[in-house]
Write a new protein. Structure first.
Lengths: 112, 117
């Protein structure tokens, strides 16, 4: 099992550009999450999904969109990148009935 | 809303000695989980230890143990026989008990642990 994979590892965007951060898991987990980690801070929940076709906002959803068309994939979309979105983005997944999340390696995004 | 507070931005310990990292949390729930995650310079989030709120016994994983004080809403991590590889950022995290929206985590701001040889 590859676990949770994220692409790209690094990306630099210009203000106003758009991009999609990819996340995939091969553990057949129902639940998936997107977090952001600002420098020197803990992770904050952006969006989460309880299954294909179902998503909901977390603590800091503004400026982002998500979709979940399959169990495996949970992409995060930035439509109009802003410097405030400079952060490290983590995707995670968890199986039902277990309060344990499995994290991807993260994507470092810089918006200039 | 639940909050998690780590009041020690930085800690240091000598190799082979013991260090305790502090965490307090606030919740009105009775069913919840608490976690300590380790984040080394590689950025990978690694689960160190987990505690179920309904269990009175403190969780232990090898050199890592917790002191869970439910009434005081305190959840500290003790690292015994510290090793150079323990140097990392440590995050305390909270999630509600079993619910239909999964195990969404609320994190503290982290404690940077340095291990001195």
């Amino acid at each position: 099992n590859a676990g949770v994979t994220q692409t790209p590892k690094f990306r630099i965007l210009k203000i106003g550009q758009s991009m999609t951060l990819q996340c995939a898991q091969d553990m057949n987990h129902n639940y998936m999450y997107w977090y952001r980690q600002d420098p020197g801070m803990g992770l904050k929940l952006i969006y989460y999904s309880v299954g294909a076709g179902i998503t909901d906002k977390g603590e800091v959803p503004n400026g982002y969109n998500v979709s979940r068309s399959t169990t495996e994939d949970f992409p995060l979309r930035l439509e109009l990148a802003a410097p405030s979105q400079t952060s490290v983005y983590f995707c995670a997944s968890s199986p039902p009935g277990k309060n344990e999340q499995f994290f991807g390696p993260g994507t470092r995004l810089t918006v200039l | 809303a639940q909050t998690v507070t780590q009041s020690q931005p930085e800690m240091s310990v000598q190799e082979a000695e013991t260090v305790t990292l502090s965490c307090t949390y606030d919740t009105s729930e009775s069913d919840y989980y608490l976690f300590w995650y380790k984040q080394p310079p590689s950025r990978q989030m690694i689960l160190v230890i987990r505690q179920e709120a309904y269990k009175q016994q403190n969780a232990t994983e090898n050199r890592f143990s917790v002191n869970f004080q439910k009434a005081a809403k305190s959840f500290s991590l003790k690292i015994s026989d510290s090793q150079l590889g323990d140097a990392a950022m440590y995050f305390c995290a909270y999630s509600r008990g079993q619910e239909t929206s999964g195990s969404r985590l609320t994190f503290g701001e982290g404690t940077q642990l340095t291990v001195n040889p």
